[in-house]
Design a protein around this ligand. Sequence first.
Ligand code: CP3
Length: 345
Amino acid sequence: MGDEKALIAVLRGETRPAPPIWLMRQAGRYLPEYRALRAKAGSFLETCYTPSIAAEITLQPIRRFGFDAAILFSDILVVPDALGQKVSFESGSGPKLEPIETPDHLNRLAETFDVERLSPVFETIDRVKSALPADVAFIGFCGAPWTVASYMIAGQGTPDQAPARLFAYRHPDAFARLIDKLVDASIAYLARQIAAGVEVVQLFDTWAGVLPPSEFDKWVVAPLQKIVAGLKEKRRDVPVIAFVRGAGAHLPDLAARLGADGLGLDTSIDPKWAADRVSNNVALQGNLDPLALLAGGESLDRQIDSILRVFEGRPHIFNLGHGILPETPLEHVSRLIERVRVGRR
Ligand code: CP3
C-alpha cells in the first residue's frame, strides 16, 4: 500500500481496513480552544486573514483528535470579499454582504479576480504545512459558484436561496457572467492553494439542492465540471472532492460526469443506494448525521456501524453529512473516531 497518506490513497481508489476520517467544520465552535482564540481575535474575517491564528485554528482539531486530514481554516466568502464585495460576519446571524439586486450591481465587482488579494490564506497554508504530522493530509477548499453566487445575490443566508433563483430566471445572461467569473476565480484560487501546499481540494456546493433539474445542470454540474477540468489541466495529481449537498438522485450522474475523485454524501443519502450506483473509481465521503453525533449514545453507535458496513471494501472517507454542530460534546467526537478506527487493528 506504500506510505501515502490514507486520505490521498483512498482518493486514488485504494481501500483501507478502516476509512480515513475528518469532519466538515472540524475547526470551529464546538472546540473550547477555538472559542478562546476567537474571543481574543478581531472579526471573523480578520481571523481568517491572520495567518498565525488561522494556522493555529486549522491545527487545533488535529492536536485534540488526530484526524486523518486538516482542512484550511478560512471561509467560502473570502472570494466575494476579494472580488470587492463588502462581506462581514455578525455573531449569531451569519454572513452579511452588500446584495446584488440588479445586473448593474455586478459592475461593482472587480473586472478580474486578483488571487494575491488572498495572500494571507496562502501564508496560512505555508505555516500549517510545516507543522502538520507526516500522516495527516491537508485539504484546501472553495465554495462552488452556485453556492457563492447565492450569498452574493441575497447578501445573507436564506432558507431556499430564492433571491438567486429569481435573479437567474430574470437575468440569465448576467447570472451566467457571474457564474463564469466565479469559475475562473475558483480555478485560480485553488491552484494557488495547491501551490502553497494543500494536497486535496474540496468544492462545497451547499445549496445545490434547491434547484430544479434544468437549473441544476446549468448552475451546478457545468460550473463544477469546468473547475475540475481546469484544475486537472494544471495539477492532474491533486485529488478533488465535490460536496454537492442535496444532489439526491443526481448523484450517480455527478460521479460519472464531474471528473472528481471523491463525492461527499449529505445526510439524506442512503449509503447503500449510493454505493450500489457509484463505481469504485470514485471515493464516497460521509455521511453521519451531525445530529446523531450531537445526540451520542446507542443511536450514534448504530449509525456509525451501519455506514462502516455499507462502505466496507470500497474507497470510503468517513465524515458527517454536513458540518459538525457547535453544541456537539467533545466525548462524542472521540467515541466516533475510536469506533471508526477499531478496524485499523
Ligand atoms: O471546515 C472547517 O473547519 C474549515 C473552515 C470552514 C468555515 N466555513 C469556517 C467558519 C469551511 C470549510 C467553511 C465553509 C462554508 N462557509 C460553507 C460551506 C459548507 C457548509 O457548512 O455548508 C458555507 C455555506 C459558508 C458560509 C458561512 N460561514 C456561513 C453561512 C456562516 C455562518 C453560519 C455558521 O455556520 O456559523 C459562516 C461562519 C463560519 N465559517 C464559522 C466558521 C468556523 C463560524 C464563525 C464564528 O466563529 O462565529
